[in-house]
Design a protein around this ligand. Structure first.
Ligand code: 5AD
Ligand code: SF4
Length: 433
């Protein structure tokens, strides 16, 4: 038998892309491709791209530039571009980059194998009516005891800065029965923690199902010990979901709830449709339901029109909430979005604000970790540590924990006592069962 063909995938951006890359690898696996980590031996290179900020988009073109010598050496090499840049730029990518053979948007991944078999250069950026996941082969390649499960895609919110509603399209929720089937199948293969993914995951609604109902049903699956979900919009944080945080032990005390800004003026300009006060009251209700919940957020600084006072309002909100971690970004004008029409804030000013916000967030993250020293945490082992007798996993709060445990194995869910806090992780000692 001939050697199998080799597929190299590079994934940029969010967790949904990570999930999509796995599904595409499985689709190509059914065509006889095996995945490789070695670019030079690949028969096909697939770049699963992100369009959210300019830097992420531009990375595609620099990476494609670097593929040129490889393609020159091996003209048979197939080069594919998937993800949100593929969706946004389509044909343009073929024009700008002659070495690209395939451009496939996020809703057409089930058509990838046919595109690879096709002669010539092909583009597919449709939003087809059929559910791509139903046309993709069953899950196979698992990376350990944790898995992602996309339950919802797309966004109808149209925040003024964001390309997602254009690249991922309108909100679509996958039917609950299919998700439960996929979840059971994952658990049968050793998965103990599932993170439900969606661009607006808490807007999930399908045939009378809400995200809260889905979580409660998932919690009934024997062997599924942990459930998480991301990313949520404050306006979709329904009462039943908050109640699930109080009542479902498998639902981890962790919530990524992006607010973007603490200034009502900027929130309005961003078309967020909520105020800072609305967010703060929501946080209070969530904390009342689950006092040990750890909150994280996303922030944009330097949005067009942001004054020093607006920025100070963001800093004040961060101080008031107290985050366990957060991502903060400098505003990046994205073609086609309403905010891109507006005059930008000076780059030096935005840089300064970003640094100040990041310093505050880092201090809060350190404080949240330091507060865990001496506490008991639950850790799901995802890999072995660098030293023998050490395992590495995540706590209920999604903090990385290095545990002293000579008998530990990947997939164990253990109790451990935190002994120290390092910049990005905790050290802990296993508590015997
Ligand atoms: N510029 C900067 N950051 C952005 N984000 C989305 N669009 C932009 C943009 N144009 C950030 C938001 C979002 C996260 C995924 O990326 O904070 O929550
Ligand atoms: Fe983008 Fe706003 Fe939708 Fe989030 S809610 S994906 S930031 S448009």
């Amino acid at each position: 038998m001939a050697d199998p063909k080799k597929l190299f995938i590079k994934t940029y951006g969010c967790q949904m892309n990570v999930y999509d890359s796995e599904r595409m690898a499985e689709a190509m696996g059914a065509q006889g491709y095996v995945q490789t980590e070695v670019l030079e031996e690949a028969d096909m290179v697939l770049l699963n791209t992100c369009h959210i900020r300019e830097k992420a988009s531009e990375k595609l073109y620099s990476d494609l530039g670097r593929l040129k010598p490889l393609k020159a050496e091996r003209p048979g090499l197939k080069v594919g571009v998937a993800g949100c840049v593929a969706q946004a730029e389509g044909e343009e990518i073929l024009k700008r980059m002659p070495l690209v053979d395939i451009v496939v948007g996020p809703q057409s991944y089930h058509r990838l194998p046919a595109m690879v078999r096709a002669e010539g250069r092909v583009v597919d950026t449709d939003f087809p009516a059929e559910d791509k996941f139903e046309h993709l082969p069953a899950r196979k390649a698992l990376r350990g005891p944790t898995a992602f499960l996309t339950v919802q895609e797309g966004c109808d919110k149209f925040c003024a800065f964001c390309v997602v509603p254009y690249t991922r399209g309108a909100e679509v929720s996958r039917p609950a029965e299919r998700l439960l089937r996929e979840a059971r199948d994952l658990v049968d293969r050793g998965v103990r923690e599932i993170t439900l993914l969606g661009q607006n995951v808490n807007a999930y609604h399908a045939g009378g199902w809400t995200l809260a109902r889905l979580i409660r049903e998932l919690a009934g699956i024997e062997g599924l010990d942990r459930i998480r979900y991301t990313t949520s919009h404050p306006n979709d944080m329904a009462e039943d979901l908050i109640a699930a945080h109080a009542e479902v032990p498998q639902l981890m005390p962790y919530l990524h709830l992006p607010v973007q800004s603490g200034s009502d003026r900027i929130l309005k300009a961003m078309n967020r449709k909520h105020t800072a006060d609305h967010y703060l009251r929501l946080v209070e209700r969530i904390r009342a339901a689950r006092p040990d919940i750890l909150l994280t957020s996303d922030f944009i600084v330097g949005f067009p029109g942001e004054t020093e006072a607006d920025f100070e309002a963001t800093m004040a909100l961060v101080r008031q909430v107290g985050y366990g971690a957060a991502f903060s970004f400098k505003y990046s004008a994205r073609p086609g979005t309403p905010a891109a029409e507006k005059a930008p804030v000076a780059a030096e000013v935005a840089d300064e604000r970003l640094q100040a916000l990041q310093a505050l967030i880092t201090a809060q993250q350190q404080a949240a970790q330091a507060a865990m020293v001496g506490q008991e945490v639950a850790v799901l082992y995802e890999k072995t540590g660098r030293r023998p007798g050490q395992m590495v996993g995540k706590s209920q709060h999604l903090m990385a924990v290095h545990v002293e445990d000579a008998a530990g194995r990947i997939g164990d869910l253990v109790r451990a006592r935190v002994s120290a806090s390092a910049p990005n992780s905790l050290a802990a000692v296993r508590i015997p069962d």
